[in-house]
Ligand binder design. Structure first.
Ligand code: NAD
Length: 492
């Protein structure tokens, strides 16, 4: 792929009220592969945040609010067309910002970015409401039905791990339900969001309906947005700690909140699993995107009778991963997102080692002898031998690492898997049908896969328990969150 990086020598601008706007405050967008500066980004100040929110508020009352659901959804299909028409540019931008592999960007991130618009546009057209025929004690009758309205101005705040995919996962259903948007991508990954603003513009989305702000969280665009009195709802994906800060900032306005937060996901591998499938699936679940998917597995529980064999097989898989240049199509794993994040992941590796872990493989930073040594690479890593109370077994690392613990019986495995402050995802590997159902149901998580990982149907409820989130999105769950039903009661 030889597509140049879009906007490589330009400033990535904010998109407010249908116009691209720069700022006096610029920050560098860094390529994590070699530490080079890709381009600069215009940080939105408080006035720009206010302009974006107020332009969205005006747009709600304008042409957008008058469109039929069919007209609105036809525009969203045009946005999907626009992403597909500029597919290579989106891929180049996502790879430059994140260092993710060509394979992942072309098969997951960008296709899903377009698909989110198509799926939610089509679903919105068949959104139904309730209707009850009511009989009261005095013999009168009434017809009760609900009409759905948009929530209003929705702030969409996205993380860096799947930048386009996760931003569109929220803004597509929000727009399909008729809302107006002020979106903020992560400061680490501003590029595909900027391309998306261009696509929205070219698709004819009316001005003010979609606004994009660049910047950081605390005391920057993220916080100014969530505190803004005319933001009606905040839909957020990111760290649990950030979710807590946003909840506090949103409290005064009692804003509607939907949070998809961190995880410390467990995988249970039973002795009756299909061994090769369990190893291959687990390797994917630990190392995909350098472990930087909220659904990645960081804790493994393996039946003692197959423990040594499983650890050896997973070690082989980890050591076969090709780490390196994202543009090399044989690359399996790129760097983590930034030097800061690399240092955090390495600090977790060091804490595991000082807690007495056995390093099965990895545990450090790879050396290449070229420009990649200035990047943010870490080794795929497997630890064993730690107590369940160790820091690396308790806290989310968000890197290519897992710890493996043996278990002797089913209840012990379930208890260890559920002994976490997080509750996002789990995987269970077994060929025993009854066990599959019995165990899956007992997992305290939003999604439990059996003999699979990251097999998604976008119509299903998605979200987390405990520190992993508030609410569910996906299919009608998204449309319900982004809609405000008014019950109308007509006396007959
Ligand atoms: P983060 O919380 O640091 O940042 C996410 C976004 O929030 C960024 O745009 C950031 O600028 C903004 N932000 C930060 N502080 C803010 C504040 N005080 N007010 C408003 N906005 C603020 O998360 P990250 O490091 O970008 O992403 C990694 C985290 O996201 C991991 O914990 C991962 O598990 C989680 N995640 C969860 C899911 C899910 O579906 N549950 C999906 C992907 C990632």
């Amino acid at each position: 792929m030889n597509t140049p990086i879009p906007h490589a020598d330009a400033v990535l601008r904010n998109y407010i009220n249908g116009e691209f706007i720069s700022s006096a405050m610029l920050f560098d967008n860094i390529n994590p592969v070699d530490g080079s500066i890709i381009n600069q980004v215009a940080e939105a100040d408080k006035t720009m945040v206010d302009d974006a929110v107020m332009s969205a508020k005006r747009a709600l009352k304008g042409e957008w609010g008058q469109l039929s659901v069919d007209q609105r959804c036809a525009l969203l299909h045009k946005v999907a067309d626009g992403i597909e028409a500029r597919f290579d540019e989106f891929v180049a931008a996502e790879m430059a910002d994140t260092g993710k592999s060509f394979f992942q960007a072309t098969t997951i991130d960008i296709p899903r970015g377009a698909a989110n618009f198509r799926i939610f546009a089509d679903l919105a057209k068949s959104q139904s409401t309730e209707c009850f025929h009511t009989h009261t004690q005095d013999g009168s009758k009434a017809l009760n039905y609900a009409v759905n309205k948009p929530l209003g101005v929705v702030a969409v705040i996205a993380p860096w791990n799947l930048p386009l995919l996760l931003m569109t996962w929220k803004l597509a259903p929000a727009m399909a339900a008729g809302n107006v948007i002020v979106a903020k991508p992560s400061e680490e990954t501003p590029a595909t969001a900027t391309l998306l603003a261009e696509v929205m513009h070219d698709a004819g989305i009316p001005k003010g309906v979609f606004n994009l702000l660049h910047g950081f969280g605390h005391q920057s665009a993220g916080e100014f947005l969530t505190q803004h009195e005319h933001v009606d709802a905040v839909t957020f994906t990111g760290e649990s700690r950030t979710g807590s800060a946003i909840m506090k900032a949103s409290a005064d306005g009692v804003k509607a909140l939907s949070f998809e937060l961190g995880g410390k996901n467990a995988g249970i591998i039973f002795e009756d699993c299909d061994f090769d499938e369990a190893v291959a699936g687990t390797a994917r679940s630990v190392f995909t995107n350098g472990g930087q998917v909220c659904l990645c597995t960081e804790r493994l529980y393996v039946h003692r009778s197959i423990f040594d064999k499983f650890v050896a097989a997973l070690k082989d898989k980890a050591e076969q991963l090709k780490i390196g240049w994202p543009l090399d199509q044989s690359t399996d794993m790129g760097p983590v997102i930034s030097h800061k994040h690399r240092d955090k992941v390495v600090a977790y590796y060091e804490s595991a080692i000082s807690d007495g872990a056995t390093v099965v493989t990895g545990g450090g930073v790879p050396k290449f002898g070229d420009a990649r040594d200035n990047g943010a690479f870490v080794e795929p890593t497997i630890f064993t031998g730690l107590s369940e109370q160790s820091k690396i077994v308790k806290e989310e690392v968000f890197g290519p690492v897992c710890h493996i613990t043996p278990f002797d019986d089913e209840d012990e495995a379930i208890n260890m898997a559920n002994d976490s402050r997080y509750g996002l995802a789990a995987t269970v590997w077994t060929t025993n049908l009854q066990r599959a159902h019995r165990v899956a149901e007992q997992m305290d998580v939003g999604i439990c896969w059996v003999n699979a990982w990251y097999l998604r149907d976008l119509r299903t409820p998605f979200g987390g328990m405990k520190l992993s989130g508030v609410g569910r999105e996906g299919g009608v769950h998204s449309l319900n969150f982004y809609s405000e039903p008014t019950n109308i009661c007509i006396k007959l």
